[in-house]
Unconditional design. Structure first.
Lengths: 730, 55
């Protein structure tokens, strides 16, 4: 059978006889990498564009149509020492990028208008106390209106739209008081200008929009960046499947190009990337990513297989029922839907603040108007004072209080190896006081390790590793990796379901099932120690050893558990695996509370029970069976090796082998929540000081502008402390 | 004060030119890779590709 790599799915026509592809590249960190990649790729004839994007870690390539195969670029990058894979922009990421650009455009317009209106306002402020003629002041006010009105109607769109959406759903959010404040300030200023009055608030209104847009843009940029990284990671998993393109011909195609009804080949040692049904062949499959169960399941004609299953022993042909994204077990889907509905009821800190804020502010403004009228002021003066209250209380600092902290914190988390999936995850993570860990793939590493490598004579181990290179079996791959083997033994023969054998220097060596190596006698001695391990034997002539291969605990799992206990956080294990296996892990980590053989529904039931008791649960899990409980928990985390569905559901995703990012994320989140609260108090304190001044009617546009920018800058500076705090803790 | 008739439109035109420049730079993708742009400024020039032919 012939295997080709087919990346045509990712290639776009770029016009003028050119073709375009985007590659996600791993390990690009500096200018040196950038220059090396660009030169290395430009040196290929017919390449017309090779440009690295260092922010997103991607390469854009263009070449003359029909001259080159995209696989060649990936090989070239591999020669240069970079792992690369074609990348397809998801619609979610494209939307974030478009939104980000729109906000930046609004910010540009608002900043331009602010600067020019200020240029006109400062002469008015100084002229009011010296010798400015009323005609000149009116002229400057009209010019300000000419700049501020169109600019505000363009740059205010993000707020007006959001406020309108909230109002038509009969709720309020932070954008409602903002929109009301801006519109009233502009409207009153126009009226005042027509009546040749002394004060107009064009500068305050447009400056308010500028500050708020800064906060909005930071928030959006954080989300966009996380999406870009997540997109790269998904691409670099390089999920492909061997699709039959003819009766005997297969092509290695990206999963994105596989459709229901296609037939794919699943070889031993491969992870299935699609959902489907076995139509030919017989094998054992490891479904631990789906069910948490580490015992292998037998698969033959008619057995359903799910994306994430690992094929162990035989070759299977699978008819695809759903491509990677659209999966899955009806039960999990149903539980997931229920859990997600429940989660959307969480109210963000900002929304809670605005729900209190808006009525208080609007009531204060109304009382001010009525109060002044009652004291005998004219309606005109009373309304002007009321609007001044609204302008000065407009939630400028409040709008910046949370996004600035979120941006700084997400940057700190990113450095610690944690990606944020949702913006409010920081607040929820900070509240977590009980952690539920899944075992398989979360506390343990997803790949296999040789546990008793130290007990085996080095020369035997090395030989076993070299022999293991000739097998596709995942256990053999683990042995080969543990032994650091590089050169396979020539003439090794694999016997399906048994093991591999070869002859070296006239002596026969075998690696495989204990019975295949005549080593059953040795198994009884070690088996009871490690119920979870797969046992393989290796023999060289009459010398025999037993290798115990299993998923090892994450290297720092114990330290992380200790650290969590020190923070007074409750810990338990909920696993779908067998009791013996879960018990062993729980004992090794000194976790008293654990449950084994738990179904997805049981996991949710346990989370609900804890919720009833008032606990805020952080769920850490990776399997498909964890997805509903990830959604049901107060906040959730997944390792990057997790199933698609779990990763998409989790609020945070952590990278790499250590478990330490879990603790780092909790620490940053707690610090962040503390700062967010502090910022909100600062904003409130500012209002407490400013509102009486506004009510008393002595506020001039100069005071409004100074107070507004002062409080905003104070809040921004306070947010930057999240950065220094995270540096200290590392 | 007649000078205002010249100065104010001049100031607005300069500001407008700045805004137009910003919008143009945004549209042409100059904010897509801020990290990379910082390094490109100090990167060495490409070595001339057909050096022998030029001599």
């Amino acid at each position: 059978m012939q295997v080709t790599r087919d990346f045509s799915h990712y290639v776009r026509a770029a016009g003028e006889g050119l073709q375009h592809i985007d590659l996600a590249v791993e390990g690009v960190h500096c200018a040196g990498c950038m220059a090396k990649i660009e030169r290395g790729l430009s040196a290929i004839p017919d390449v017309t564009l090779a440009r690295v994007n260092l922010t997103d870690r991607r390469v854009a390539l263009e070449w003359k149509q029909g001259t080159l195969d995209p696989a060649r670029f990936i090989d070239r990058l591999a020669e240069l020492g970079y792992k690369a894979y074609p990348f397809e922009t998801e619609s979610a990421e494209a939307a974030e990028v478009a939104e980000s650009r729109f906000l930046l455009r609004c910010l540009g317009v608002a900043a331009f208008a602010t600067m020019n209106v200020m240029m006109l306002s400062i002469p008015v402020w100084s002229g009011n106390v010296s010798d400015m003629l009323p005609e000149q002041r009116d002229f400057f006010h009209w010019l300000s209106a000419l700049i501020a009105l169109p600019a505000a109607s363009y740059a205010g769109q993000p707020f007006f739209r959001s406020a309108w959406r909230a109002l038509s759903n009969k709720t309020t959010n932070m954008d409602v008081p903002i929109s009301i404040g801006v519109c009233l300030a502009l409207g009153m200023s126009v009226v005042e200008t027509i009546h040749h009055a002394e004060h107009a608030y064009f500068d305050a209104a447009i400056m308010l929009l500028t500050f708020l847009l800064v906060g909005r843009f930071l928030d959006q940029n954080m989300r966009r960046r996380t999406r870009a990284v997540a997109g790269n990671l998904a691409a670099l998993k390089a999920e492909t499947a061997a699709k039959f393109v003819g009766p005997d011909e297969i092509s290695q195609v990206p999963v994105a190009a596989i459709h229901p009804g296609d037939i794919v080949l699943l070889r031993p040692g491969e992870r299935c990337a699609v959902d489907g049904t076995v139509i030919e062949g017989r094998s054992e499959i490891d479904q631990s990513l789906i069910t948490g169960e580490t015992l292998y399941v037998t698969a033959d004609h008619g057995t359903p297989v799910y994306a994430g299953s690992m094929n162990i022993s035989g070759t299977l042909r699978v008819r695809v029922s759903a491509a990677s994204e659209a999966t899955l077990l009806a039960e999990i889907t149903r539980l997931l839907d229920n859990a997600l509905q429940a989660r959307s009821r969480y109210m963000r800190l900002a929304d809670r603040a605005s729900r209190l804020y808006a009525p208080v502010v609007h009531a204060t403004a109304l009382i001010t108007i009525l109060g002044w009228v009652a004291l005998g002021a004219s309606w005109h003066d009373a309304i002007v004072t009321g609007v001044a209250v609204l302008i000065i209380t407009c939630p400028c600092a409040l709008g910046l209080a949370i996004p600035t902290v979120q941006t700084v914190t997400s940057g700190a988390m990113f450095k610690a190896g944690v990606l944020l999936n949702s913006g409010d995850a920081i607040e929820r993570l900070a509240e977590a006081d009980h952690v539920i860990f899944d075992k398989t793939g979360t506390l343990t590493l997803p790949d296999l390790e040789v546990m008793n490598a130290a007990d085996i004579p080095a020369d035997m181990f090395e030989l076993a590793g070299r022999l293991a290179l000739s097998s596709h079996h995942p256990v053999a791959a683990a042995v080969a990796q543990a032994a650091g083997a590089r050169s396979p033994i020539v003439g090794a023969v694999e016997e399906a379901g048994q093991g591999v054998r070869a002859t070296v220097d006239g002596v026969e060596i075998r690696l495989g099932r204990p019975s295949y190596c005549g080593a059953e006698g040795l198994v009884g001695l070690t088996d009871d120690l490690d119920p979870e391990a797969s046992i393989v034997a290796f023999c060289k002539g009459s010398a025999k050893v037993i290798l115990s291969v299993r998923q090892g605990l994450r290297p720092d799992a114990h330290a992380v558990i200790v650290a969590l206990k020190a923070r007074n956080i409750g810990i338990e294990i909920l696993s779908g695996d067998r009791e013996a296996a879960v018990k062993a892990a729980a004992q090794a980590l000194a976790i008293p509370e654990w449950r084994a053989g738990v179904t997805p529904a049981d996991k949710i039931a346990r989370i609900e029970e804890l919720k009833q008791r008032g606990a805020k649960v952080l769920m850490v899990g990776d399997g498909m069976n964890d997805a509903p409980s990830l959604a049901a928990a107060h906040v959730s985390m997944s390792p990057i090796s997790a199933a698609h569905l779990s990763q998409a559901t989790a609020d945070l995703v952590f990278l790499g082998r250590p478990l330490a990012p879990v603790v780092a994320a909790i620490d940053s989140a707690r610090k962040a929540l503390h700062l967010m609260r502090q910022n909100l108090w600062l904003a409130i304190l500012y209002n407490v000081l400013a509102v009486p001044v506004a009510i008393s009617g002595v506020v001039t546009p100069l005071i409004a502008a100074a107070a507004m920018s002062g409080s905003s800058i104070l809040v921004m500076l306070n947010s930057l402390r999240a950065r220094s705090a995270s540096r200290e803790s590392r | 004060m007649e000078i205002l008739v010249i100065l104010v439109p001049l100031a607005l035109m300069l500001g407008g030119a700045g805004l137009a420049g910003f919008l143009w730079s945004l549209r042409s993708g100059q904010y897509d890779d801020l990290d990379g742009a910082a390094w490109r400024a100090i990167a060495d020039d490409e070595p001339p590709q057909e050096a022998p032919a030029k001599r």
